[in-house]
Design a protein around this ligand. Structure first.
Ligand code: GAL
Length: 684
């Protein structure tokens, strides 16, 4: 496993050259005349900015012809920033190749599964397996690293940008060749591949490696294991590009931390694998203000994933908009106070810095209607600017929080490979989406202020009391044995349907579903089917409700109990009275199984039982829409109270506390304005 260049522990800042909560944004000075740059630096100081990402999309400016570098303008920008004590997260500038690359190397352009070549004119128009792109990107990275390795403003490296955002896989001939090399390494021998891919089916047996192609558009369903391996390969192909740049930077500047910005629950890239290759996890966060639950799934849940990807260490937000984005069909403004609230929410979930896209709102190009910290209107009479300055000053009061951890007793199992497998075609239901299933759990944990980590298969579960396994379709990496010993040792498990169905080759695990988990769950599933779209069934809880108090939809398992008891039975259809949700005492612990998708009220009811079984304690009880989380630094406990409502709320603190944002002792009951925030140090 790759070791981070900076193993930041609780006492070390994320970025040693900026020992503060990080604040700033993407800075694209190449879009502006030079006389604006000094004004930018002055305004950055006014806002409390201490870190900006520079050069992300400047390849064409830095290398206007192959091998001809123009660093003069970047030298001048970095000098001005340094003069103003603003550090730089310097980009390797490889995210958007200049037009000359595609002109000279048309084969470097990406090709879709349908055979369409994507043209230059936007960005990210490169095939991950193109040797022309790889060589040019490597040369540019080396030139930038050599030029700026000793620059006093250099604080961090920003490799590429949002890998895979527009092109996560390429199906061209170069990609086909690279896919074959990847397969040869994985399987060694073509018979092993034939076996893994089940090519005895539909006359798909391969005789030679050269016959193998990416899963290009075919007359009907492509081989599922071929598709699964292509997901694995495509994530690895981009990771190999990242590693290529990272190795150059490590060689030239071994002490400068390296990051690339992630995109929340981004299905194409296995972020568990990726996060181990970088020093700092960073994320781009764009919740939609029109979505009333955006602060839960697109924010809190994604923030918890980022903290978990780094093994619990702090991360930071690399991008958010101060106001609106430009890329949805309708682009809402963040409401007054909402940018501050959502920024503090990220800090509440483990972020040690907030950066935005972008510093100065563009006046030309596809993103000219995207918000900027310094908006088109300027700094005078600007709500956005006032909020940007206010946030900068707030963050300056929170340096003590840096490195503080978020203790969680609950873990959600998330496996990218299983996710890919689950959502491949030709399944009992085409509407199963892992993200939605994960969210159906997360939403209730969030509402109850229960802190949660995400974990990958193979993770040490010993520190958790409750493990949730939403639709773990693929059982791999010893997960069945791990879950058995977790429950046997006293842990509580909640698993949902269509788990443990296949191995890592996408081959069915025979003998009754979910074969590897039957023992711990105490049951057997003989058959399953989707509940017709739009229809629901009822759930009857024996001893609690005589008639159906809860509803369920989407799926139903035909469960035979084998040690487990029924917690709820289906209310209607020919399987009325059959178990829908079960509970099994196993060793010292308990395993629940959901053979259907229950409604939110049942999920809440069931999780309350699971918390009780597992002795899980929420951070606090709070009014609806008020989120309460904790971070802990040694003996010191920090409490965040976040009001996501559009009305004022009152909240009584668990004990005496100091308000870090006002610097004063807090009253026992605090009043929070709409979108109001309190960050408190609890006094023990
Ligand atoms: C991100 C990207 C930025 C900018 C931003 C706009 O996906 O990294 O460069 O395009 O979106 O919201």
């Amino acid at each position: 496993m790759d070791q981070p260049a900076t193993a930041h522990g609780p006492d070390q800042p994320l970025c040693p050259r900026v020992p503060h909560m990080l604040y700033g944004g993407d800075y694209n000075p190449e879009q502006w005349p030079e006389d604006v740059w000094r004004e930018d630096a002055r305004a950055m100081r006014e806002a409390g900015v201490n870190l900006v990402s520079v050069g992300i999309f400047s390849w064409a400016q830095l290398e206007s012809r192959p091998g001809e570098y123009n660093f003069g303008w970047l030298d001048r920008v970095l000098a001005i920033l340094h003069e103003h004590s603003i550090a730089v997260d310097l980009a390797t500038a490889t995210a958007s190749p200049p037009p000359w690359l595609a002109h000279r190397h048309p084969e470097s352009l990406p090709v879709t599964a349908d055979g369409v070549t994507l043209s230059p004119g936007g960005r990210q128009h490169y095939c991950p397996s193109s040797s022309a792109y790889r060589e040019a990107a490597g040369a540019l990275t080396r030139a930038i690293a050599n030029r700026y390795k000793d620059h006093p403003a250099l604080a961090m490296w920003h490799i590429n940008n949002e890998y895979g955002c527009h092109v996560s896989a390429c199906y061209c001939d170069a990609s086909a060749a690279a896919f074959r090399r990847w397969l040869a390494e994985r399987y060694g021998d073509i018979d092993k591949l034939n076996d893994a891919w089940g090519t005895a089916f539909w006359s798909q047996r391969y005789d030679q490696w050269d016959e193998i192609l990416p899963p290009r558009r075919a007359p009907t369903f492509s081989n599922p294991t071929q598709q699964l391996d292509f997901y694995r390969f495509s994530s690895d192909a981009l990771l190999a590009l990242f590693d290529m740049e990272r190795d150059i930077l490590r060689e030239i500047t071994p002490d400068v931390p390296i990051t690339t910005n992630f995109m929340n629950f981004f299905k194409p890239l296995d972020y568990w694998k990726w996060a181990k290759h970088e020093d700092i996890v960073t994320n781009d966060s764009y919740p939609d203000p029109f979505d009333p639950e955006a602060h839960i799934h697109y924010a809190a849940m994604a923030h918890d994933l980022m903290r978990s990807l780094g093994g619990g260490r702090s991360w930071f937000m690399m991008e958010q908009t101060p106001s609106a984005v430009n890329w949805r069909p309708q682009n809402a403004l963040k409401r007054p106070g909402q940018m501050r609230l959502w920024s503090m929410q990220a800090v509440a979930h483990g972020a040690d810095g907030i950066l935005m896209f972008q510093w100065r709102a563009a006046k030309a190009g596809a993103e000219k209607f995207h918000g900027g910290m310094l908006p088109h209107v300027g700094t005078e009479n600007s709500r956005v600017w006032r909020e940007v300055v206010e946030l900068g000053h707030d963050l300056q009061r929170l340096d003590d929080l840096m490195g503080a951890r978020t203790p969680a007793q609950v873990a959600i199992l998330l496996d990218w490979e299983s996710w890919w497998g689950l959502e491949l075609d030709s399944k009992p239901s085409a509407s199963l989406r892992l993200y939605d299933q994960v969210y159906s759990y997360y939403r209730e944990l969030y509402a109850a202020n229960v802190a949660v980590d995400f974990v990958e298969p193979g993770a040490d579960l010993a520190g958790y009391k409750l493990v949730l396994a939403p639709n773990l379709y693929m059982a791999r990496g010893g997960i069945a044995a791990d879950l058995e010993s977790f429950v046997a040792g006293g842990g509580t498990l909640v698993m949902s349907f269509f788990s443990g169905i296949v191995d890592e080759r996408d081959h069915i695990l025979l003998g009754g579903y979910p074969a590897p988990f039957r023992k711990v769950l105490g049951l057997r599933v003989e058959e399953f089917e989707p509940i017709a779209p739009g229809e629901t069934n009822g759930l009857i809880v024996p001893g609690v409700s005589g008639s159906a108090a809860f509803a369920c939809d989407q799926w139903r398992d035909e469960i035979t109990l084998d040690g487990a008891e029924a917690v709820a039975n289906f209310a209607s259809d020919y399987y009325a009275g059959h178990p829908a949700v079960t509970r099994h005492r196993f060793g010292e612990g308990t395993a629940y199984y959901l053979g259907t998708r229950p409604d939110a009220s049942f999920m809440r009811w069931l999780l309350d039982r699971a918390y009780a079984d597992a002795s899980v304690a929420p951070s606090a009880t709070s009014p609806a829409g008020v989120e309460v989380t904790r971070r802990i630094h040694g003996e010191t406990r920090y409490l965040f109270v976040l009001n996501h409502n559009t009305h004022e709320v009152q909240f009584t603190l668990p004990g005496p506390a100091r308000d870090l944002l006002t610097g004063a002792d807090s009253p026992p009951t605090i009043r929070l304005a709409p979108y109001g925030v309190a960050v408190l140090r609890e006094q023990v």
